[in-house]
Design a protein around this ligand. Structure first.
Ligand SMILES: Cc1ncc(COP(=O)(O)O)c(C=O)c1O
Length: 393
């Protein structure tokens, strides 16, 4: 019977890691895998997290089950950081949440809750993080797509407006809160203001994916869109990841938040989240979320974590500015990269050029032309630019 299972394509990014590892050239560069790297090419544990882990090791007295909602201290501690100190929906008791295994687990719960609520169609700009479409497909959701960006490297607002107009009231729309993966192209504050008006006017449910808060323009700036939308709509789902902004990738730290029109409607909605989690992973992994809670409960550790995050963001902005300053390199224009945000940007390489970057120069990135900005350093950026010139010139 199990022979009915057909071979599935290998994950392209994981295959790329293997190719990069097998390349003997010392000058090789990995711009594929989506993790932050320092100027030395490392992905270290935040010192604030190390300190929190030590505290946990010494003080945690039990590892007994917490329940499908996970560590609610963690979920509550994050709220002012995500929604702001003076959030009207939080003050009105309209937002509740639960822990989830990473942003991926949070998205899966959010989509599944929306589907359980009877939502038939989901709208999403493309390109998007490939796992979005995979989760929708796995849950049997109908997915409608529209162009996220234009060839000039800005958000395609006409396409978004047209998609919202074409959607039926009661459809859901997935939006990246900041640091769009894979394009790095975010909506401007003025565009978010418009989106926040369009979504409720059409009666859509927003699902907001916030996986990189603090890695774009700044902690508060990166939450602008999410907060504007939440102030304008009656209901929303928010999928949050701490895996990048606390450097906890493999510890799988995330949360899903639900906003309802009335506080009294929350318990029923959340009970569905709990039931779905129970039937999926029963309880989320504890360690990373507990470490985040310890950081957020301690003023000194919070300061240390935010300082570390500021350094990460500053390094990526510096690399973006360097790339943007290079302007036209060979046959591609890198200027717009300076204005984009987060770990990723797309360079419009042809498939042959992607292959030539690998073969001739040992520079590895996804076939879509998505590069991880944090894979570049002041030490290897000239090598990268020379290679771009060589393959596209
Ligand atoms: C846009 C987006 N959302 C969600 C996630 C999920 O992150 P994780 O499951 O690692 O927390 C990612 C990861 O790359 C992402 O790029």
């Amino acid at each position: 019977m199990l022979t009915n299972l057909q071979q599935q394509p290998a994950d392209a990014l994981l295959a790329l890691i293997k190719l990069h590892n097998a390349d003997p050239r010392p000058s090789k560069i990995d711009l594929g895998v989506g993790v932050y790297r320092t100027g030395q090419g490392d992905t270290p544990v935040f010192s604030a997290i190390k300190a929190a882990e030590k505290i946990l090791l010494e003080t945690q007295e039990s590892k007994a089950y917490l329940g499908p909602e996970g560590d609610m201290g963690f979920v509550e501690a994050l709220k002012p950081y995500i929604f702001g100190q003076h959030s009207a929906p939080v003050a009105a008791g309209r937002i509740d949440g639960m822990q989830a295994p990473g942003g991926t687990g949070a998205l899966r719960l959010a989509f599944a809750m929306a589907k359980r609520a009877g939502i038939q169609r989901f709208w999403m700009g493309t390109p998007s993080w490939p796992n979005h479409a995979q989760i929708f497909a796995d849950l049997g959701c109908e997915l409608k797509t529209f162009a996220h960006n234009t060839a000039e490297g800005v958000a395609d607002m006409p396409a978004l407006r047209a998609a919202i107009a074409a959607a039926e009231p009661g459809d859901a729309i997935l939006l990246h809160g900041c640091c769009h993966n894979p394009t790095g192209i975010d909506y401007t504050p003025a565009e978010w203001d418009e989106i926040a008006q369009l979504i409720p006017a059409r009666g859509l449910l927003p699902i907001l994916d916030l996986a990189y808060q603090g890695l774009g323009q700044g902690w508060e700036e990166d939450a602008y869109g999410v907060r504007q939308v939440l102030n304008a709509v009656p209901e929303a789902l928010i999928a949050y990841s701490c895996d990048k902004n606390f450097g906890l990738y493999r510890d799988r730290v995330g949360a899903v938040y639900v906003m309802m029109a009335e506080a009294t409607q929350l318990p029923a909605a959340m009970s569905n989240g709990h039931a779905l989690a129970r039937a999926s992973w029963s309880q989320p992994p504890d360690h990373g979320a507990a470490a985040v809670r310890v950081v957020l409960e301690d003023v000194g550790l919070t300061r240390r974590w935010l300082d570390e995050l500021d350094c990460m963001r500053a390094r990526m902005r510096q690399i973006r500015e360097e790339l943007g300053r290079s302007g036209k390199v060979g046959g591609v224009d890198l200027t717009a990269i300076a204005e984009q945000n987060g770990l990723f940007s797309i360079i419009p390489f042809t498939p042959e050029q992607v292959q030539a970057m690998r073969d001739r120069h040992g520079i590895y990135f996804a076939g879509s032309g998505r590069i991880n900005i944090a894979g570049l350093t002041l030490g290897n950026i000239d090598t990268f630019l020379a290679a771009v010139k060589d393959v596209t010139g």
